[in-house]
Design a protein around this ligand. Structure first.
Ligand code: ZN
Length: 136
């Protein structure tokens, strides 16, 4: 079986890390899929989907490191037309999707793994995330 669902997120900050593990688990709990894979895909070029540990110090370190790699302004060509080059460049370095195994009706994440939606050019309304589940 293949099931597609849409998730909408409003973001509050310019750079915001949002743990969506609970939302994805709730979505999966309402489906009758015991084994398979679940793909989470963000339909934007200034956001990212990543999996890592939800520890506040680490999330600050992540934000700082990404900021050190990509300065806000650096004579970027895209800034001349859209003034958000840094957000796109951060998105280039990250990923727009993650795929997670489903075992016995549950996401088979590691103990310290959470799923994050990363806003890189917020605040924005109605960010679109597509969740596709393939399984039985
Ligand atoms: Zn742009």
């Amino acid at each position: 079986m293949i099931i597609s669902k849409n998730l909408k997120i409003d973001t509050k900050d310019n750079f915001q890390i949002i743990d969506i593990t609970k939302e994805i688990n709730n979505l999966l709990n309402n489906l009758d899929i015991s084994n398979g894979i679940l793909n989470i895909f963000s339909k934007h070029s200034t956001t990212a989907i990543v999996i890592n540990e939800n520890e506040s110090g680490l999330l600050n370190d992540f934000k700082k490191s990404i900021g050190n790699l990509i300065p806000e302004h650096d004579n970027y060509k895209h800034d001349l037309i859209d003034n958000n080059a840094a957000a796109h460049l951060k998105s280039f370095l990250l990923s727009s999707s993650e795929t997670i195994p489903i075992n016995n009706n549950k996401l088979d994440l590691g103990t310290w793994q959470s799923i994050f939606f990363i806003e890189l050019d917020g605040p924005r309304k109605n960010r679109n995330i597509k969740v596709t589940v393939i399984g039985e």
